[in-house]
Ligand binder design. Structure first.
Ligand SMILES: Nc1ncnc2c1ncn2[C@@H]1O[C@H](COP(=O)(O)OP(=O)(O)OP(=O)(O)O)[C@@H](O)[C@H]1O
Ligand SMILES: [Mg+2]
Length: 231
């Protein structure tokens, strides 16, 4: 569905990604782990064309999109849940969901979003700035779904949330997985990543230093802790 081959990315003279190889198969959930500043967001931004100085190949359903502009890539069906949510705080929940929604492009509409997120239905008319962090995360996911993406890229959707809210957001992502949604999920928490992943990658200084199935990783936690420098 989506694959990166030997991707190098730069900010000016600063070389941040050093040959990243990564694959998200259709219907699977891939998690990308790594400490702060290791290049997780840069990987996402390289895929969606926010980072323009790049080398390598980025394949989306048989087309190499690495040279396309971000607005062209957006039309190809890549949904983005950005780091920090980036919701419109002065708009209501409903307005956030509908403002950039793609009409007649697929299955997702307000009713289905509210089925998936009953909390958002309850707060439909609330200004998004008054939502809790967990609700804002759900809104950001809902907004991405309203564009009917083929694949979702989620950049730390559970960042800064209480354990209870992390659980709620992950339950929603598990439901999306059951519905067959392909996802690339950036995470810092290894337990959260393992709760949903079909495949796990660890980035360190812009390089993939580990890639395996979660079951293998569970048996190799010392390696993961080494790369994530948790002790
Ligand atoms: N716009 C930018 N210009 C220059 N350097 C940048 C820019 N954005 C990120 N960087 C640098 O690129 C490296 C990777 O940053 P990136 O944001 O991809 O990390 P990350 O893994 O997403 O971290 P975090 O977990 O904190 O979100 C860091 O050294 C960062 O300082
Ligand atoms: Mg980041």
């Amino acid at each position: 569905m989506l694959s990166l081959k030997e991707v190098h990315s730069f900010y000016g003279a600063s070389h941040v990604l050093h040959g990243v190889d990564l694959e998200v198969k259709k219907g699977s959930v891939v998690t990308l782990l790594g400490r702060n500043g290791m290049g997780k967001t840069t990987t996402i931004h390289s895929i969606i064309g926010f980072v323009t100085k790049k080398q390598g190949e980025i394949w989306l359903e048989g087309e190499n999109i690495i040279s396309l502009k971000s607005h062209q890539i957006a039309k190809k069906g890549i949904g983005i849940v950005p780091q920090g949510r980036r919701i419109f705080t002065t708009l209501t929940v409903r307005e956030n969901l509908t403002v950039f929604a793609e009409q007649d492009k697929g299955n997702w509409d307000l009713e289905r979003i509210f089925d998936l997120f009953p909390r958002l239905k309850e707060r439909e008319k609330t200004h998004a700035g008054n939502l809790s962090g967990g609700e804002q995360s759900m809104l950001s996911i809902g907004r991405a779904l309203m564009r009917n993406p083929k694949i979702l890229l989620l950049d730390e959707p559970t960042e800064g949330l209480s354990p209870l809210m992390v659980g709620e957001v992950m339950d929603v992502l598990l439901k999306l997985k059951e519905k067959g949604m392909s996802m690339l999920l950036v995470e810092q928490n290894i337990a959260t990543a393992l709760s949903i992943a079909d495949d796990v990658y660890i980035l360190n200084k812009g390089e993939v230093v580990y890639h395996d199935h979660p079951n293998e990783l569970r048996g190799n936690m010392d390696i993961a802790y080494h790369h994530l420098a948790i002790s």
